[in-house]
Design a protein around this ligand. Structure first.
Ligand SMILES: NC(=O)c1ccc[n+]([C@@H]2O[C@H](COP(=O)([O-])OP(=O)(O)OC[C@H]3O[C@@H](n4cnc5c(N)ncnc54)[C@H](OP(=O)(O)O)[C@@H]3O)[C@@H](O)[C@H]2O)c1
Length: 240
């Protein structure tokens, strides 16, 4: 295949779906992924002329299998967008509500699975001078977010991004976006948070998925940026 290929995890909804649409509209072959929404993923892949691979990125051993499936469809991989993520909403002072399982469930996907996908994708990415873009969060930059384990997982993901960037150049670049509040199914009932963002952020609105896809694409295709975490939050981190 001569067309560049982007594999976007968690891409049947929200930021991942928009990113898949954005890349497909710019001459990339896209490979979509999700755990549960298989029919939606297959339909979107057909619509975008791409492929769909089912799998939970947090399950041990899933990463090499997913990358093998991507390569079986496309024969090459230029961009890996680690967008799939999970959280649990737990008020930060409620320490007793955080169990060992909460930490495990969130870190399995947001950190362990993401690291394993980066590692599994590297040989293919190295062939064409590829790029990884991780989807972090301002929860990993500031003392905020839906729960302490989620915020800590995104901080770990940011650090993982910069550590990897140091060792996989010059052939592969690794960056992350750190969105603020974005209107997706994940945040559909977060009206209180939305009101807070509209009041406080210099740009006075929550983000849209396209605000994030745009920067993911830039980081994936620019050739001289690596090891950066780009906050996309309407300026909210200036105030919290
Ligand atoms: N929305 C925000 O305000 C916001 C802010 C900062 C960062 N983020 C980050 O942005 C990313 C996407 O969030 P979103 O708001 O776009 O969420 P979303 O609309 O809920 O979409 C999540 C997508 O990920 C898939 N998914 C969930 N768990 C998965 C797993 N273990 N393996 C593979 N796919 C999985 C979902 O499909 P199935 O459930 O069908 O499997 C769905 O396609 C996450 O990493 C999140 O932490 C979001």
């Amino acid at each position: 295949m001569s067309q560049r290929v982007a594999f976007i995890t968690g891409s049947t909804s929200g930021i991942g779906e928009d990113t898949a649409r954005y890349f497909a509209a710019r001459d990339f072959t896209v490979v979509l992924n999700s755990v549960r929404s298989v029919a939606a993923g297959q339909a979107l892949a057909a619509e975008l002329g791409g492929f769909y691979v089912q799998g939970d990125v947090g399950v041990e051993g899933a990463a090499p299998r997913l990358i093998d499936e991507v390569l079986a469809h496309t024969g090459r991989l230029d961009v890996l967008v680690n967008n799939a993520g999970v959280t649990k909403v737990i008020a930060h002072p409620d320490l007793d509500a955080v169990t060992r399982d909460t930490w495990r469930e969130i870190f399995e996907v947001n950190v362990f699975g993401t690291f394993e996908l980066c590692r599994a994708a590297l040989p293919a990415l190295q062939e064409h001078g590829g790029a990884i873009v991780n989807v972090g969060s301002i929860a990993g930059l500031r003392q905020t977010g839906s729960s302490i384990p989620y915020a800590a997982s995104k901080a770990a993901l940011h650090h993982l991004t910069t550590l990897l960037a140091k060792v996989v150049g010059p052939s592969v670049r690794v960056n992350a976006v750190a969105p603020g509040l974005v209107d997706t199914p994940w945040t559909a009932d977060w009206d209180v948070v939305r009101g807070f963002v509209e009041a406080l952020a210099p740009l006075k609105r929550s983000g849209q998925p396209a605000d994030i896809s745009d920067v993911i694409y830039l980081l994936a295709t620019n050739s001289y940026v690596t090891g950066q975490i780009i906050a996309i939050d309407g300026g909210l981190t200036l105030t919290v």
